[in-house]
Design a protein around this ligand. Structure first.
Ligand code: GLN
Length: 449
């Protein structure tokens, strides 16, 4: 059924960059055979899944949505992918994304944009628009994404799916092509809170291959997702994330969602986190700084594209040509911003200041979580915008992650849950929890359903 749905819809949606139906069927039948033989299998054995194209896979190319890695097949599986295979999930294909995960609309993909299944003139969010659209359009029941500044949650919000950014260090980054290493976090995309919990339990937990991996057992997220009330739970509304710039329809759905939480027994208070206002500008110094360092490895020598190597050019000329042709505009913009922010004369003024803001954000979260168990806000200020609407103005594109970035800066757990429609388009409620308290997200999400 999934393969039929992909065949019918992918020509329009462009959610998948690669699909291997034959291999998927062979794997699914093998699982059936194990089951028929009475073997005990995990709860997700045999379930088809899509994987964002920045997770290394030995049986599919891993392009990161970039010409730089067009056709590149990695020599090893990422930990997330290895754990999916071990649990018997069937990887159907790799999903489209903004180039190297930079963007909020999937329009910077070298392989063309993904379209939102709710309205194909609109964006599916980004950078993980492919994973979100694939799940929203019933091409697959589950997908994995990566969230550096909102790339799981914002696509979740605008496609009406559940998207979770686990605690930083909760799911291994090993084999996830690095974008901004201190912010990157893999996580689940699903149609229900319980499905997302089942998936996070499969991919989460300690991995010695990731230096940031937290060596603690994964709490019972599935149990948390089945909660039916919020008695004793204190919910804080972030005062900074409403008002001007937020669509009225988004704010209406947000307030209704808060009422549902109140009705389920939660105590609702307002909490001010003044430094969150500076999270976005600080992110756009730290993220490009780390990115400019991480993308230095794409030099035409080691992976993927090598341009102009006709035997007459120096290594440096080949590197320059490869970068000129291999990277798109947004990648180049951020490499330049990041290199500038890290340069000797400007390091303290830009990168240093941004790191201080990052500490302030952390302190705001710490103070807030002394008063409340979770914080809530709209996931993103607007519903899905139209394709092309924001491509000429990078600032307007960056604003899509206004509410999601603080949790990456602090390493917290955060998620987006569907909260109804505004003029026929999905709206998401963001829930944020302290590190390693991912179960609180699932409890709130489960009740909201
Ligand atoms: N939209 C943000 C950016 O462009 C977030 C990206 C992400 O989370 N990968 O950097």
């Amino acid at each position: 059924a999934c393969l039929d749905q992909i065949a019918a819809l992918n020509p329009v949606l462009n959610a998948f960059l690669s699909v291997d139906g034959d291999a998927a069927l062979v794997q699914a039948r093998a699982i059936d055979a194990h089951r028929a033989a009475g073997e005990e299998l995990g709860p997700l054995a045999g379930i088809p899944i899509g994987v964002k194209d920045n997770f290394c896979t030995t049986d599919f190319p891993t392009t990161c949505g970039s010409r730089m890695l067009d056709g590149w097949v990695p020599p090893y599986d990422s930990t997330v992918v290895a754990r999916l295979r071990e649990a018997g999930l069937v990887i159907v294909g790799k999903t489209n994304m903004d180039e190297f995960a930079m963007g909020s609309s999937t329009e910077t993909s070298f392989f063309g944009p993904t379209r939102n299944p709710w309205d194909t003139d609109r964006i599916p969010g980004g950078s993980g628009g492919g994973s979100a659209a694939a799940v929203a359009a019933f091409m697959v029941p589950l997908a994995v994404g990566s969230d550096t500044g909102g790339s799981i949650r914002q696509p979740g919000s605008v496609t009406g799916t559940v998207g979770v950014k686990p605690t930083y260090g909760g799911v291994s980054r090993y084999g996830l092509v690095a974008m901004a290493s201190s912010l990157d976090q893999p996580g689940p995309v699903a149609r229900s809170t319980e499905d997302a919990a089942l998936l996070q339990q499969v991919i989460g937990g300690y991995d010695r291959h990731d230096s940031a991996s937290i060596n603690q057992p994964v709490p019972d997220l599935v149990e948390a997702s089945r909660a039916t009330d919020l008695a004793g739970v204190r919910v804080g509304i972030v005062s900074e994330f409403k008002g001007e710039g937020y669509e009225p329809g988004v704010l209406d759905r947000f307030e209704e969602a808060v009422e549902v939480l109140r009705g389920a027994g939660a105590e609702i208070v307002e909490v001010s986190c003044p430094s969150f206002t500076y999270a976005l500008p600080a992110y756009y110094l730290i993220q490009p700084a780390e990115l400019s360092s991480n993308l230095a490895r794409f030099d035409g020598m080691r992976y993927g594209l090598r341009a102009g190597d006709d035997g007459t050019k120096s290594a440096e000329q080949v590197m320059n040509l490869t970068r000129e042709e291999g990277f798109g505009r947004e990648a180049k913009r951020r490499i330049i911003i990041g290199t500038y922010a890290l340069s000797a004369g400007y390091y303290d003024a830009y990168y240093g200041s941004a790191q201080k803001v990052r500490s302030l954000i952390q302190q705001d979260f710490d103070k807030a979580f002394e008063q409340v168990d979770v914080l809530v806000s709209p996931t993103t200020p607007t519903v899905a915008f139209r394709l092309g609407e924001r491509t000429a103005d990078p600032m307007s594109m960056y604003l899509a992650d206004l509410c999601t970035i603080p949790s990456n800066m602090a390493g917290n757990a955060a998620a987006s849950f569907p909260a109804g429609l505004s003029e026929g388009l999905p709206v998401g409620l963001q829930v944020m929890a302290p590190p390693m308290e991912d179960a609180r997200l699932y409890r709130v999400g489960g009740v909201l359903e």
